[in-house]
Design a protein around this ligand. Structure first.
Ligand SMILES: Cc1cc2nc3c(=O)[nH]c(=O)nc-3n(C[C@H](O)[C@H](O)[C@H](O)COP(=O)(O)OP(=O)(O)OC[C@H]3O[C@@H](n4cnc5c(N)ncnc54)[C@H](O)[C@@H]3O)c2cc1C
Ligand code: SF4
Length: 457
């Protein structure tokens, strides 16, 4: 393990780059396909019978069908194929880890090691639809039923949209001023450029019959008990609002940050040159959030960025492609190490003492006793998010069954409380992906509709 000077003064500052560099670093990482490129790419699809790409898509988009429509010049029909299964298909085209989903399953991999660029084609079709301004969906005839949706992220919005199409009247409750959840506040800036999350939210709400109440949080302005009285059904899509702790003493130290909070500030910044960033960054974690904070701080001008992960590359939550992406950005990944202690000077962080780790004979992770200190002005915690403890306020007595610290749901996303459904990151057994949250919301909406058809859910 390499050691660096750990007593150097903390160096966190704004404006590390020129305006042109910020613009280049936070521009679209995957430029859109031209019409010609889209035609050529769509021509690579074999339009497989029982296509494996469909099976690999959590929302079950008929991928060969939408690609065939691009190939035959029917781009609107293509967008319809996508959005009827996944109403957030425009953002998903940009943020889905396609390499482990649809493109990972594409039969072209076995022949040419190059799948059909499904994500790029999906983006092509949905961007064209948004540019046309045409609305393909409208709210169904009113059923007279009312559903309260808690949380305006991908899960809540997908649920709301499907319910509105089925004729139910929906109210979305969201504490923040903007809808979109982590699409708006969390996903890496260079994946979702040009206000695409808000364009998608606008498109989705234009279906009609969805009221939005911002500034309203469950456990604060609203309670589950009241929602159950006021609505025929309730959907919970509150995400994960709290972060795991590092397990080392961080009290009173400046320079220790929660990655998701910093990314939120970055995503909402109009002027990235005003965002302070350290010269030397250490990121603790091994998932997508770790990759994103490391790559984005490097792109903000940090000189030296290291991800520290306690196990090997195979065990990281981030895919190989994501790990490669961090490395392409100049980020170092140090496997088999864990933080022991934060090193500080005058209350400001200057380094992180690490211990090398290994698996013992029983396969348990253990420290080797070998330590070294990595210089750092900023350390980011990216070690997973957790459900806010007791997000339901005064409703403790309602006994919402939990599993692994998240809300337990069945196949249809029903919780243990009658009339209450849940989905997205806040439920147990998911994959913490946007596309999975969208599918959860859709499934819950179909289940709610079924229940409401048969009487009060
Ligand atoms: C840094 C980061 C990067 C990511 N990058 C990707 C990526 O590239 N690709 C990908 O597929 N996935 C990515 N993910 C995961 C993805 O963003 C989530 O899986 C997805 O957003 C989950 O949707 P959700 O609706 O369940 O939760 P969220 O998106 O978290 O939305 C929950 C909503 O509920 C609201 N809420 C919270 N508490 C309350 C309350 N008490 N009352 C009412 N409302 C409440 C929140 O304000 C929010 O709007 C990333 C996650 C993070 C943290
Ligand atoms: S698996 Fe690949 S080639 Fe086959 S239908 Fe899907 S995208 Fe086309």
């Amino acid at each position: 393990m390499d050691t660096k000077n750990n007593t150097a003064a903390s160096d966190i500052r704004t404006g590390r780059l020129s305006a042109a560099q910020y613009e280049a670093n936070f521009g679209d990482i995957h430029p859109p396909l031209s019409a010609h490129q889209a035609l050529v790419e769509s021509d690579r699809c074999y339009f497989c019978f029982e296509a494996p790409c469909i099976q690999a898509c959590p929302t079950g988009i008929d991928i060969p069908s939408f690609i065939h429509k691009i190939a035959t010049g029917n781009v609107k029909g293509s967008a319809h194929d996508i959005l009827k299964q996944n109403i957030m298909g425009a953002v998903c085209a940009r943020v889905c880890p396609t390499e482990v989903l649809c493109e990972g399953a594409c039969v072209r991999n076995s022949q040419e090691h190059k799948p059909v660029a499904i994500g790029a084609l999906q983006r092509y079709a949905t961007d064209a639809l948004f540019a046309s301004g045409e609305q393909l969906f409208k709210a169904g005839p009113s059923t007279g039923k009312r559903v309260g949706v808690v949380g305006g992220g991908p899960a809540g919005l997908s649920c709301a949209h499907r319910l509105a199409m089925l004729g139910h009247s929906v109210t979305v409750f969201e504490p923040r001023s903007k809808l979109g959840g982590l699409n708006e506040y969390g996903v890496a800036a260079y994946k979702v450029t040009g206000q695409i999350p808000q364009r998608e939210v606008d498109y989705l709400l234009a279906v009609g019959n969805i009221a939005v109440e911002t500034g309203k949080a469950l456990g604060r302005e609203i309670s589950l008990t009241q929602l159950r009285k006021d609505y025929d059904a309730v959907f919970l899509g509150v995400g994960l609002g709290a972060v795991n702790s590092l397990g080392v003493d961080e009290s009173g130290l400046s320079g220790v940050y929660d990655a998701v909070t910093y990314i939120e500030t970055l995503r909402q910044s109009r002027d990235l040159s005003a965002l302070p960033v350290g010269r030397r960054i250490v990121v603790i974690g091994g998932g997508m959030t770790a990759i994103d904070i490391a790559s984005q701080t490097k792109r903000l001008g940090a000189e030296d960025v290291t991800i520290v992960y306690r196990r090997g590359p195979q065990q990281m939550g981030a895919s190989h492609e994501e790990q490669d992406w961090a490395q392409v950005n100049g980020v170092r990944i140090k496997h088999w190490a864990r933080p022991l202690r934060l090193v500080a000077h005058g209350g400001a962080l200057t380094g992180v003492e690490l211990e090398t780790t290994r698996l013992d004979a029983g396969g348990k992770l253990t420290g080797t006793g070998e330590t070294a200190t990595l210089a750092a002005d900023m350390v980011f915690k990216a070690i997973g998010q957790v459900l806010v403890k007791d997000p339901f306020g005064d409703d403790g007595h309602l006994l919402l069954e939990m599993r692994d610290g998240r809300i337990a749901v069945d196949e249809e996303r029903r919780t243990s409380i009658p009339g209450v459904w849940a989905g997205g990151d806040c439920v147990a057994g998911g994959q913490d992906l946007t596309v999975v949250a969208v599918e959860d919301g859709k499934r819950a909406a179909l289940s709610i509709d079924k229940a409401l058809q048969g009487g009060k859910g």
